[in-house]
Ligand binder design. Structure first.
Ligand code: SF4
Ligand code: SF4
Length: 306
């Protein structure tokens, strides 16, 4: 089963929750950081990183001895990555989306596939508290890291996701990019269950609504985690907007994480907060049970084999 942990906005605690789930998960698990523009799950799970490979995207290269400057490739490319200027065919690799259409189209076979580095795919393993054996064990870890200056993250994310079946893990936890743009949708679209982490503030509610609107049409089980759930009550503010929205929309709240200074301190030290703060451990274990229950309810045959 694939579980995507997502959020409408950054800074809600999505990675904190993912790291805690990964550390406590009670089945063979793989942790994957698909927030390729800013991966940081490794800062909490401290995996031993054993592999790093470049992720390449096919972009055209031109053989100028064959090119007749007919311009058909430039007319075809929707992304304006090719242009005939005077006596030269210019290629703008950063604008190419790697569709390969121009290579097929060129009547002179003047274009051939070259490679543009999107970033790196980094692999390793991290220590979990207990898998099915009840003893600490190593579990696979994978992350994509976008090259600085590279604008397109979905092609790199697709290459990371292509590795998931190799893991052999029963369950996969994906730390998704924040927001609701292409990378976020790309991260959650193959998941069996989506967890949306939010916070009870006006910004949190606004972006949580957007995330629900964006992800709900995918038709997957979806539950909420409200981080710092009690900050309004502590501040003497009467604002239950996130909880009211969940109730009205029929979105189950699978966990409410209270504000706790110890959580912030553990986070700042790069620790898994569910290990460092005992009260949080129970909250994360209950969240795990909700996630597994939702997955089992939606795909009972697969759950039987888990
Ligand atoms: S389609 Fe082929 S021949 Fe025509 S401009 Fe492009 S590369 Fe050159
Ligand atoms: S591969 Fe596709 S996107 Fe890239 S230059 Fe060719 S037509 Fe344009």
């Amino acid at each position: 089963m694939i579980y995507a942990i997502a959020s409408g906005k950054g800074g809600t605690g999505k990675t904190t929750v993912t790291a805690s789930l990964a550390a406590l998960w009670d089945r063979p698990v793989m942790a994957v950081d698909l927030d390729v523009e800013e991966p940081n799950l490794h800062l909490f799970l401290h995996p031993e990183l054993t592999g790093e490979e470049p992720a390449l995207m096919e972009v055209p290269e031109v053989d100028t001895t064959r090119c007749t400057l007919c311009g058909q490739c430039a007319a075809f490319c929707q992304f304006k990555a090719l242009s005939v200027m005077g006596k030269k065919l210019l290629i703008f690799p950063e604008m190419c989306h790697g569709c390969g259409g121009c290579l097929l189209l060129c009547p002179e076979k003047a274009l051939s596939p070259g490679g543009r580095e999107l970033g790196q795919i980094v692999s390793g393993s991290f220590r979990t508290d207990h898998l099915s054996s009840g003893r600490p064990e190593d579990a696979p870890f994978l992350m994509g890291r976008l090259r600085v200056g590279e604008a397109m993250s979905p092609p790199l994310m697709r290459q990371v996701k292509a590795r998931l079946p190799e893991s052999g893990a029963t369950d996969i936890l994906i730390d998704s990019p924040p927001g609701v743009s292409c990378p976020a949708v790309n991260a959650v679209m193959d998941a069996d269950v989506i967890v949306l982490v939010t916070e009870p503030t006006p910004f949190g509610l606004h972006d949580f609504r957007l995330a629900v609107e964006a992800f709900r049409p995918l038709g997957k089980p979806l539950g909420a985690v409200i981080n710092r759930a009690d900050i309004n009550r502590r501040a003497g503010i009467s604002d239950t907007g996130v909880q009211d929205f969940c109730r009205a929309e029929g979105i189950p709240v699978w966990a409410e994480i209270p504000f706790n200074r110890a959580v912030a301190e553990a986070y700042s030290r790069g620790e898994v907060v569910a290990r460092a703060v005992p009260e949080l451990r129970a909250v994360i274990l209950a969240l795990m049970a909700h996630m597994q229950g939702a997955a089992a309810a939606s795909k009972p045959e697969e759950a039987d084999h888990a």
